[in-house]
Ligand binder design. Structure first.
Ligand SMILES: Cc1cc2nc3c(=O)[nH]c(=O)nc-3n(C[C@H](O)[C@H](O)[C@H](O)COP(=O)(O)O)c2cc1C
Length: 276
């Protein structure tokens, strides 16, 4: 039997993230085991930058609940994430999870190609900020098949599903989690990753900061990425960055430790820290 995991990244009980995730999950056809994790109830620390997770299948050495989340994602056949917008970006706990992806290459053999939908409620039109672009970074780093990054305007708890269109969309999304294709970006979104944010470069050039696709701005500023040769979420690029490049940096750090310590020496005595 298939297992579907819902990750709710909001403290708000029965808020929009929770009920949207539940509505999507309950409409998944066929028999499946449903599991939910309220990520904000767990103990998630920030990445300690030890790079220990680069070792094959080492997981993270920090004694918190991150490995539980990753083990649950590894075991699941599909993942539905609900994460609200907090101050123009996804809730900080989502970034905490994302920052722990230095060992991504060790997870992708379990997660690549697994369907994932991300639903992002936001309270104020014009205040979603960079959330849509940011929402897909976590599943794409895990090489998951992103079925949707769905922005839902809803301010009050549960308000999202008062709207009949949202209800119908959530149902339809649930129905196609295992059978549907990947998210289809709009004409003003990056065709590779669906991001709606771009860096504008001289000469009408444009870069997607999320997946690194390069293109040009065409008529009416519609981006044309058809000649792009870059996609950081390509499995080879994920391997190159997370397996090879980061391992090289780890080796370089060991080799240059004494030189770096020499730079640090001058600053060690500046003990100006304050604590609560
Ligand atoms: C601390 C905080 C910051 C918020 N910041 C934004 C924001 O920048 N933009 C926005 O559109 N909504 C913002 N909201 C509104 C929430 O995104 C919105 O109410 C959403 O539906 C909450 O989802 P939930 O019910 O799953 O918690 C914020 C809410 C809180 C509590």
């Amino acid at each position: 039997m298939k297992t579907v995991l819902g990750l709710v990244v909001s403290h708000r009980k029965l808020g929009n993230s929770e009920i949207l995730v539940k509505e999507i999950m309950r409409n998944i056809p066929g028999e499946c085991q449903r599991q939910l994790i309220r990520v904000t109830d767990l103990n998630l620390e920030s990445c300690k930058a030890c790079y220990g997770c680069l070792q094959p299948d080492a997981g993270c050495k920090t004694k918190d609940d991150f490995n539980f989340i990753m083990d649950s994602i590894k075991k699941a056949d599909a993942v539905i994430i609900g994460v609200p917008v907090y101050i123009l970006g996804p809730h900080g706990y989502y970034k905490l999870m994302q920052d722990r992806m230095v060992g991504a290459y060790n997870y992708t053999k379990y997660t690549a190609g697994k369907p994932c939908a991300v639903v992002v409620p936001y309270g104020t039109i014009g205040w979603a900020g960079y959330s849509k672009a940011a929402a897909s970074i976590f599943p794409r780093t895990l090489e998951m098949k992103v079925i949707d990054t769905w922005m839902v305007h809803a301010t009050l708890p549960a308000e999202s599903l008062l709207n009949a269109e949202n209800l119908a969309y959530a149902r339809e999304l649930g129905q196609r989690i295992f059978s549907g294709g990947e998210y289809q970006p709009g004409e003003r979104e990056c065709p590779q990753c669906g991001s709606d944010l771009f860096h504008l470069l001289p000469g009408n050039k444009i870069v997607c900061p999320i997946c690194s696709a390069t293109g040009v701005l065409g008529d009416d500023n519609i981006p044309d990425f058809s000649a792009s040769a870059h996609n950081r979420y390509d499995p080879h690029e994920i391997e190159e960055h997370f397996n090879e490049y980061l391992a090289e940096m780890r080796a370089r750090f060991k080799a240059e430790k004494d030189i770096l310590k020499g730079v640090q020496k001058d600053y060690r005595e500046m003990d100006w820290w304050i604590k609560p």
